[in-house]
Design a protein around this ligand. Structure first.
Ligand SMILES: Cc1cc2nc3c(=O)[nH]c(=O)nc-3n(C[C@H](O)[C@H](O)[C@H](O)COP(=O)(O)OP(=O)(O)OC[C@H]3O[C@@H](n4cnc5c(N)ncnc54)[C@H](O)[C@@H]3O)c2cc1C
Length: 305
């Protein structure tokens, strides 16, 4: 039933006036400008939270747009340094040219990572739809082969291949953000049941920790948080981190910090916030459901606590 309602909300989305989408997005997106992002990250840092800044890319039509995004990331690194912020960055390979040409994308990703290395910073490669998983992991391996250690990747527990991917990447001792995966994928390649996705998350986390990987545990799911907390018991604080999205379960994040864990907040900003919000909602109608119930107050505890 909730599923049907979520899908109905998504169908109505294009009819919702931009100012209203803006109001809803405000909580989840730092703003349109880099100054907005710096202000938000500075506030997060004051609350003991780290950040990862994501520049919202637009739909890519030409290599020039991808190169323009590389320059935007240059300004992000400069701002992080200038303002003394505790933040790394997240990139999406499709926004850096993967849909156009793999080599263009590799060159752009390398440019961002090189700039990060120069200021002692780190780049996380987000994971996108399953059509890009193999290419993304291939590019990650190639970048590591070129000597860059300041780069990490994302694995999605929704995908059946994830445990295999962890084994295949083991020689690199990869720095991994582990998440469920936002994209709804077909049964042949992805778990469909909520608990199956959770169980695979725990199995992936155990395998990564056993292999000595640094893991960014990216979830707001209380059950998974509890499972993860018991798996990191005894590890040094610097050996893992929790990660959450801006505006989601903030009080729960505060508690993680109070309890002595490191927490990083995914902080997207950019002028393409409207297209981004629409895309995220359409990719996974459940998110629209969360937001609506949050706005109506029905889920206030789950989202804020
Ligand atoms: C830091 C970070 C980075 C991520 N990077 C990627 C990535 O690179 N690739 C990818 O495919 N996915 C990524 N995701 C998304 C992730 O895969 C999940 O889709 C998302 O986190 C929801 O799963 P969950 O584990 O929080 O559990 P859920 O069961 O979906 O959520 C648990 C509870 O959290 C709240 N909640 C969760 N998400 C939202 C939301 N968006 N708005 C409002 N409330 C919400 C709800 O109250 C919900 O009941 C990322 C997530 C985080 C936290």
């Amino acid at each position: 039933m909730a599923n049907v309602l979520d899908r109905a909300i998504v169908r109505l989305l294009p009819a919702i006036p931009k100012p209203i989408v803006r109001k809803v997005s405000n909580r989840y997106i730092a703003g349109a400008t880099l100054e907005d992002a710096c202000r938000v990250v500075s506030r997060l840092n004051e609350a003991g939270k780290m950040a990862t800044i994501d520049v919202l890319g637009e739909h890519l039509d030409s290599p020039d747009q991808a190169r323009a995004l590389v320059h935007e990331y240059d300004t992000v690194f400069d701002a992080i340094e200038r303002n003394g912020l505790d933040s790394n960055v997240s990139i999406k390979l499709t926004a850096l040219g993967l849909t156009i040409d793999r080599d263009v994308c590799l060159e752009n990703a390398e440019a961002v990572i090189k700039h990060a290395a120069a200021s002692g910073n780190f780049v996380r490669i987000d994971m996108e739809e399953s059509t890009w998983t193999t290419e993304t992991l291939g590019i990650y391996r190639e970048l590591r082969g070129r000597g860059y250690d300041n780069v990490g990747v994302v694995l999605q527990s929704r995908l059946r291949r994830t445990i295999r991917d962890i084994r295949a990447l083991a020689d690199l001792k990869p720095n991994v953000r582990l998440c469920k995966g936002i994209y709804l994928e077909p049964p042949l390649i992805a778990y469909q049941e909520y608990q199956e996705v959770r169980d695979n998350f725990v199995a992936a986390l155990e395998l990564l920790l056993k292999g000595g990987s640094y893991v960014g545990i990216a979830t707001h799911d209380e059950w998974l948080l509890q499972q993860s907390l018991s798996r990191v018991e005894g590890l040094a604080r610097e050996d893992y981190e929790f990660q959450m999205l801006l505006g989601v379960r903030e009080l729960r994040g505060d508690k993680l910090v109070r309890d002595g864990h490191r927490l990083r907040i995914y902080t997207p900003f950019g002028k393409h916030w409207h297209a981004y919000s629409m895309r995220r909602l359409q990719e996974n109608p459940k998110i629209a459901g969360y937001i609506l119930s949050d706005l109506l107050g029905a889920n206030g505890l789950a989202s804020r606590s």
